[in-house]
Design a protein around this ligand. Structure first.
Ligand SMILES: Nc1ncnc2c1ncn2[C@@H]1O[C@H](COP(=O)(O)OP(=O)(O)OP(=O)(O)O)[C@@H](O)[C@H]1O
Ligand SMILES: [Mg+2]
Length: 239
């Protein structure tokens, strides 16, 4: 396995005529859970779109699992769950996953396996529109796991979920990472940052810090990671 699942050099992205990602360079360690954190509008989704090859970039270089981002052969090794729910409410869990399975070219046996991975066996034949928010999030996650991705990019997967469901999803993420999958997980709240191995702190299109949660605590003298992030913002001259 390469040391880094994602390598970015001098990335620049412009959207609607405005610079949204500015000279960003970073590496995401293989087999880690990396949290991408920052206020609404700072560019998290744009960075994730760039990594999965869904964003036109104005400059720089992105390598994913050793290949140029967006390469055809990354389709089978990168999973992406978008911020907006991407499953069909009027289909059952099984129908959704069989449909996405056909799109990525895996058989129905893999669909059953994936449903077990996310603990939805008992809801296999339920309409997605009848599921709770957390269960629906799991269907989305399952759809991204179908092709056994080595890199999983999850855009705010736990937003709107209660603490119990969030804890369950984070256990799923950790199991995947223990199995060698690299996870990049965005959030605009800091309370999940402690679950990550590494943090990317973003603000206004720039990377403020890339460090482990404990290093951030040590640097700022703040135990609470939300306060630590605010401290970093103050030190970097933002308001
Ligand atoms: N299609 C678009 N056209 C023009 N500007 C856009 C477009 N999409 C996003 N932007 C702008 O790019 C910036 C970054 O947006 P992005 O969606 O990456 O932020 P984010 O960090 O994911 O925010 P959130 O936490 O709200 O999801 C914002 O200023 C946003 O208004
Ligand atoms: Mg976003």
């Amino acid at each position: 396995m390469p040391e880094f699942a994602v390598e970015i050099e001098d990335l620049e992205v412009v959207r609607g005529g405005n610079p949204v990602i500015r000279s960003m360079s970073l590496e995401v360690g293989a087999g880690t859970i990396t949290g991408l954190l920052g206020p609404s509008g700072c560019g998290k989704t744009t960075l994730m779109r760039s990594i999965v090859g869904a964003q036109i970039v104005a400059g720089g270089r992105i390598r994913v699992l050793g290949r140029a981002a967006g390469s055809q052969d990354l389709r089978s090794t990168v999973g992406y769950v978008t911020q907006a729910p991407s499953v069909y409410g009027d289909l059952t869990v099984r129908e959704n996953l069989e449909y996405f399975g056909r799109v990525v070219g895996v058989g129905d046996d893999r669909v059953s396996e994936t449903v077990s991975l996310v603990g939805l066996e008992d809801h296999f034949d339920r309409l997605v529109s009848s599921l709770s928010g957390g269960e629906t999030a799991r269907v989305s996650l399952a759809s991204a796991l179908l092709n056994r991705p080595r890199l999983l990019v999850l855009d705010e997967p736990t937003v709107g979920l209660d603490p119990v469901l969030r804890a369950e999803l984070w256990r799923d993420f950790r199991e995947l990472a223990d199995g060698g999958v690299t996870l990049l997980v965005s959030s605009h709240v800091m309370d999940e940052a402690g679950e990550c191995d590494d943090l990317l702190l973003m603000r206004e299109g720039r990377l403020l810090r890339h460090c482990a949660p404990d290093a951030l605590r040590r640097e700022t003298g703040e135990e609470d990671l939300g306060r630590a992030f605010l401290e970093v913002i103050e030190r970097t001259g933002g308001s």
